[in-house]
Write a protein that binds this ligand. Structure first.
Ligand SMILES: CC(C)(COP(=O)(O)OP(=O)(O)OC[C@H]1O[C@@H](n2cnc3c(N)ncnc32)[C@H](O)[C@@H]1OP(=O)(O)O)[C@@H](O)C(=O)NCCC(=O)NCCS
Length: 211
């Protein structure tokens, strides 16, 4: 029988499980960039609607995502992840921001390929519609680029991922969820798997209405 999963807003009693998901999802991130239980607690207090978890039938959190509201300057999008997320405290959350910034998504390895990330993206896009935001932006870490960096520029690598000639474990999945690539962030994180690089990706809310 297939297991049933439920998307919920993250709550304070889940924060240790959320840290476990984070550590399993980003084994190469430096300790300074990892989200801890204390960060998750602060995020839930700051912007509860933006913090999502997926529970399995036993009530355990097996996937989660973190978002905050922001304004976006599409001409100047180069930024460090750790600055955008205020060292994971979400101090830059702007309650009037007209974009949702996707800070994080992770699924426990044994629960991957069952559509859980898709459920989280759907719930995030539902939130964007409910709040009448312009859309979703994120730095999509180019997790496959580290293996190709000696042969391909990051621009050529991303072009091949967009064309479907190469599979990137992060960007290929985000493209399937309707994101487009706005540009390349050269110095996003300290992680050799992506050589520090990310794609600045955008999903536009088709239902956005000017106030
Ligand atoms: C990226 C991640 C969140 C995807 O989670 P997931 O629950 O396995 O994704 P889903 O099952 O919803 O799959 C989404 C799509 O990607 C495809 N996909 C997922 N993993 C894949 C893989 N390893 N190879 C090929 N396709 C894959 C699925 O088939 C699905 O495509 P479909 O909609 O055409 O069927 C998960 O692998 C993860 O936690 N990775 C580590 C953390 C990370 O990289 N986060 C993003 C950082 S910016």
């Amino acid at each position: 029988m297939t297991e049933t999963f439920t998307v919920v807003n993250s709550t304070l009693d889940m924060v240790d499980q959320l840290e476990t998901i984070q550590r399993a999802s980003f084994p190469n991130l430096s300790e300074a960039e990892i989200m801890t239980a204390a960060h998750y607690a602060a995020q839930i207090k700051r912007f509860p609607e933006g913090q999502l978890a997926i529970l399995n039938e036993a009530g355990r959190a097996v996937a989660c995502s973190t978002d905050f509201r922001t304004r976006v300057d599409f001409d100047h999008f180069e930024h460090r992840y750790i600055d955008a997320v205020d060292h994971n405290w979400l101090g830059n959350h702007d309650p009037q921001g007209d974009w949702l910034y996707g800070a994080d998504i992770g699924v426990l390895p044994e629960y991957r390929r069952r559509g859980l990330a898709t459920m989280l993206y759907r719930a995030r896009h539902d939130l964007i519609r409910r709040l009448n935001l312009k859309g979703h932006v994120a730095g999509g870490m180019l997790k496959g680029y580290g293996q190709h960096k000696d042969k391909l520029s990051v621009e050529d690598y991303v072009a091949k991922v967009i064309a479907g000639e190469l599979f990137d474990p992060t960007l290929s999945i985000q493209l399937k969820r309707g994101f487009t690539v706005h540009g390349i962030i050269q110095n996003y994180v300290d992680d050799p798997s992506c050589d520090g690089k990310a794609a600045f990706i955008v999903w536009y809310n088709p239902e956005y209405r000017e106030a």
